[in-house]
Design a protein around this ligand. Structure first.
Ligand code: GDP
Ligand code: IMO
Ligand code: MG
Length: 428
């Protein structure tokens, strides 16, 4: 038995969904531990594309238990829409979905506040996904939050809603000069959601710890990535949760002694959606060609992802902060056909060379990346399943990364589909 945390090592969209789906074959339970429907995890099976936002990416395997943990913020409308969408494609989550009682609920006023505050920030905006994630976590920490267990308790729900809305409406009307929201409408809408979702709401911490004690294989699915972590990312251009491996403990109620492995998902290059610094960003045709070839458009918002070279400082930071035991390198095939590839090994700023990822936004914004250049490969790697069949220069690229990072690449993904993968070390 084993427990494995799947964590993004960059700014999200590293291909976590594909790897979680692949590893679920041998898992019994898959549990999301943070974030909300800001996430978009893509899984492609037999040319059919599924984008999961809240439901763990293991759901596409029959009979696996899927948990939405207490660390997740849940928009009930988005969750119901996702369940219905899956059902239309023949996937029934009914017997396998468990939702944490103590997960917080995203309310319509969270989205309204986020929209107004992003607008007010103008060119200082974060470029959020607009799903109400930040304001929902704000309420959680400020201790005003409404939790999933409040949905089947109409009196408690109404009391909290009324109290929260009076404060929110004051802000909307007076600070943002925006229209107030109506408590009765929200109440009626959320009571309908309660009818649909109550049956899934339970003590997921008890369930998951029992599964671990019964020696089952458990996958913890992270959303976003290390550099979007509210503590260890490029603050303030981050999301509002702990995206890192430690988030699996707080976001599910699982002790650190119960975690066996942490697999970091790293794209063979780097992407970012939204605002904030990105030292290796390619703002030229090269960046555009990676974007087109890699289909680098947001799975949640459709926004174009910014693209750039692989950054060793970022990956070293991710190895450290998450305690990674291995790396899954994804989208290797997108680098096919380049004459040369660059790998960033340092930043220069104000005459100083940085070899560890700096925390200052000023440094990250204005530094100059220091690159080593390696030879590319002309052959296609798409769908290759054995390491030895990769072009020699692709093997060299991977070996070089391993040497620089002092960690093993345990999985290499060579395409969107489930079986387009090279497994060098099994996780379960
Ligand atoms: P996530 O948020 O980390 O799950 O990643 P996304 O699903 O947002 O973005 C990753 C995209 O890359 C998706 O469209 C995947 O289908 C795709 N993808 C994942 N691995 C590979 C790969 O090895 N090769 C190619 N070409 N596409 C991949
Ligand atoms: P997955 O799980 C990439 C980014 C947003 C924005 C910042 C804050 O698919 O990797 P938020 O709505 O969370 O308050 O936005 O975080 N962001 C993501 N970027 N992948 C994601 O999820 C993301 N979720 C949020 O673009 O810059
Ligand atoms: Mg994504």
């Amino acid at each position: 038995m084993s427990t494995v945390v799947i964590v993004g090592t960059q700014w999200g969209d590293e291909g976590k969904g594909k790897i979680v789906d692949f590893l679920t074959e041998r898992a019994d339970v898959v549990a999301r531990y943070q974030g909300g429907n800001n996430a978009g995890h893509t899984v492609v099976i037999n040319n059919e594309k599924y984008i999961l936002h809240l439901i763990p990416s293991g759901v596409l395997h029959k009979g696996k238990k899927c948990i939405i943990g207490n660390g997740v913020v849940i928009d009930p409308a988005a969750l119901i829409e996702e369940m219905d969408g899956l059902r239309e494609k023949g996937i029934n989550v009914d017997d396998n979905l468990l939702i944490a009682k103590n997960a917080h609920v995203i309310m319509p006023y969270h989205m309204a506040i986020e929209r107004e505050s992003e607008n007010k920030k103008g060119n200082k905006k974060i470029g959020t996904t607009g799903r109400g994630i930040g304001p929902s976590y704000t309420d959680k920490v400020a201790r005003y939050g409404i939790r999933m267990m409040d949905l089947p308790a109409p009196d408690i729900f109404r009391e909290k809603l009324t109290a929260n809305l009076s404060a929110v409406n004051f802000l909307l009307e007076n600070l943002y000069k925006a229209a107030p929201l109506n408590a009765d409408e929200i109440y009626a809408q959320y009571m309908k959601y309660a009818e649909r979702l109550s049956r899934y709401i339970t003590d997921t911490d008890v369930f998951i710890n029992n599964e671990i004690d019964s020696k089952r294989n458990v996958l913890f699915e992270g959303a976003q990535g290390t550099l979007l972590d509210v503590d260890h990312g490029t603050y303030p251009f981050v999301t509002s949760s702990n995206t890192i491996a430690g988030g699996a403990c707080t976001g599910l109620g699982v002790g650190p002694t119960k975690i066996n492995k942490v697999l970091g998902i790293a794209k063979a290059y780097t992407t970012r959606v939204g605002e904030g610094p990105f030292p290796t960003e390619l703002k030229d045709e090269l960046g555009e060609s990676i974007r087109q070839k890699g289909g680098e458009f947001g799975a949640t918002t459709g926004r174009a992802r910014r693209c750039g070279w692989l950054d060793i400082l970022i990956l070293k930071h991710a190895i450290r902060i998450n305690g990674l035991t291995g790396i899954a390198l994804t989208k290797l095939d997108i680098l096919d056909g380049f004459d040369k590839l660059k790998i960033c090994v340092g930043y220069k700023y104000n005459g100083k060379l940085y070899e560890e990822f700096p925390k200052e936004i000023e440094v990250l914004t204005h530094c100059e990346p220091v690159y080593v250049e390696v030879k590319g490969w002309k052959e296609s790697t798409l769908g290759i399943k054995e390491f030895d069949k990769l072009p020699a220069n692709a093997r060299k690229y991977i070996k070089k990364i391993e040497k620089m990072l002092k960690i093993k690449v345990q999985i290499i993904s060579t395409g969107q589909k489930r079986d387009e993968i090279i497994v060098l070390k099994e996780q379960f």
